[in-house]
Write a protein of this length. Structure first.
Length: 220
């Protein structure tokens, strides 16, 4: 989506290795208990992994369902804009073909109508794009919170020190082996944890506002 592209912050998950020392109850004697040696902590995890968080969210059943609902919600407004776009094109064709034979008043009136309709179109198109962006960001935030729990659990169980989000252009990942990409695993685990949208179908792209017709030159 235009901007259907969304911004999700890079995910850096630090996984600390903790060692727990167990205490023992001293025997009931007058002798002082012997000191127990300290338990050395285990090695800190060093493995790295990458994930395309945007692709992961949109590949889950929840993401597909949300995208389908977004498409249905905004398609009527896009269709209305496409009708306005067609009307502007018709007026431009009328001015291009008949401008030379129109009276000055008729030509001026038609030019004002075209200009007015184009400005209204541009405002409505911008409103649509802004609303789509806002709704899309809300979806990404809601599903992203659920996905973070899955990522943290996966990182802990697999001894990962860092998970980098390669969908963020600010992430300095110049190269990564395919084996380090955990995106498919996270999508699978997310769908297992949130199975309620299991019947969803892959969505069509979210609607973006059409562009206004370019102004037609008028022969004088």
């Amino acid at each position: 989506m235009k901007k259907n592209a969304v911004i999700v912050p890079a995910l850096v998950l630090g996984v600390a290795a903790l060692a727990c020392a167990q205490s023992q109850t001293a025997p009931a004697t007058s002798a002082a208990p012997a000191a127990r040696p300290a338990v050395a902590p285990g090695p800190a995890p060093t493995k790295l992994a990458i994930i395309n968080i945007q692709r992961a969210i949109l590949s889950t059943k929840d993401g597909q369902k949300a995208a389908t609902e977004l498409q249905a919600k905004f398609t009527p407004r896009r269709s209305t804009l496409e009708k306005k776009q067609s009307d502007i094109q018709t007026m431009q064709d009328q001015l291009r073909k008949g401008g030379a034979t129109m009276s000055d008043d008729a030509k001026s009136r038609l030019e004002r109508d075209i200009d007015s309709n184009q400005k209204a179109f541009q405002r409505d198109a911008q409103d649509l794009n802004d609303d789509v962006d806002q709704e899309n960001q809300k979806i990404m935030n809601d599903l992203g919170a659920k996905m973070m729990a899955v990522i943290e659990n996966y990182a802990t169980q697999n001894g990962l020190a860092v998970v980098l989000d390669v969908s963020n252009p600010q992430t300095p990942v110049l190269w990564a082996a395919a084996a380090t990409d955990i995106t498919p695993d996270i999508v699978r685990l997310y769908d297992q944890a949130h199975p309620e949208a299991a019947g969803s179908k892959p969505p069509a792209p979210a609607p973006a506002a059409p562009k206004p017709p370019a102004a037609a030159p008028v022969k004088k």
